[in-house]
Design a protein around this ligand. Sequence first.
Ligand code: ZN
Length: 277
Amino acid sequence: MTDGTFDDILASIGEAGQRMTEIDAAEAGAGNISVCLADPIAVPAAFDVVREILLPYPSPALAGHTVVTTGSGCRLRSLAGAPERHLGVVVVHEGGMAGTLHHARNGEFTRPTVEFNSHLAVHEDRARRLALPFHAIVHAQPLHLTLLSNVPEYQHTAALNDRLLRWQAETIVHLAEGIGYLPFMVPGSDELTMANLVSLRHHQLVLWAKHGVMARSDVSVLAACDRIEYAETAARYEYLNLAIGGRATGLTDAELSRIVRTFGITTDLVRHPAPDD
Ligand SMILES: [Zn+2]
């Protein structure tokens, strides 16, 4: 999507909203999406209201960047029909403390999502360290992942990955850094914003206990959605296995080892059996 037009990006945000709805990860106003673009864009005429806003997270590395975000109370399922009605476009000012917000006069958007601070924090961190031209973030609330985050045996990054990466061969391929786990923190809090930023340095997907997930991608909005779908499918397998009394083995360490060696995946999540095993 880095070479796509702005309309393509809006369409991909709409498709992401649809996909998160289809996997039961975006009930009512749950979930939010944002995209950060380094190059200046011509804001389409549909975004005909313009006002200055203070940013909820200081973002100096995003000066001159454009951040497209879903609105507070936005239903992700409604995005695909008319993305511009549900999105705001923020052009960040020098210094990163404020920006110019554009949105549609006749749309549903009134202000950015309440999670805008967490989105900005991750965009800012990635932009400052990597100078990325494109960066996407999707927050959603997938049922099975969130359920498992309530179970003590899954409330640790290592244990969570041990249990979830064993169900499908491609999970370790697409989530080679695994899933970060964060204990419960109040939605929108500074505490969650900072813990999430740090965890997303090491992982491309983070599970917020008793709440949902946040995924990032340097490539496209849908690539961030893919990570959520792979992890949620794994959590669904785990749930189904619990329902049959834990009788399924999942992929063994030896099988996972063969997968990562075959595909040349760099990961520290797989235990390689000793050569004489
Ligand atoms: Zn949420």
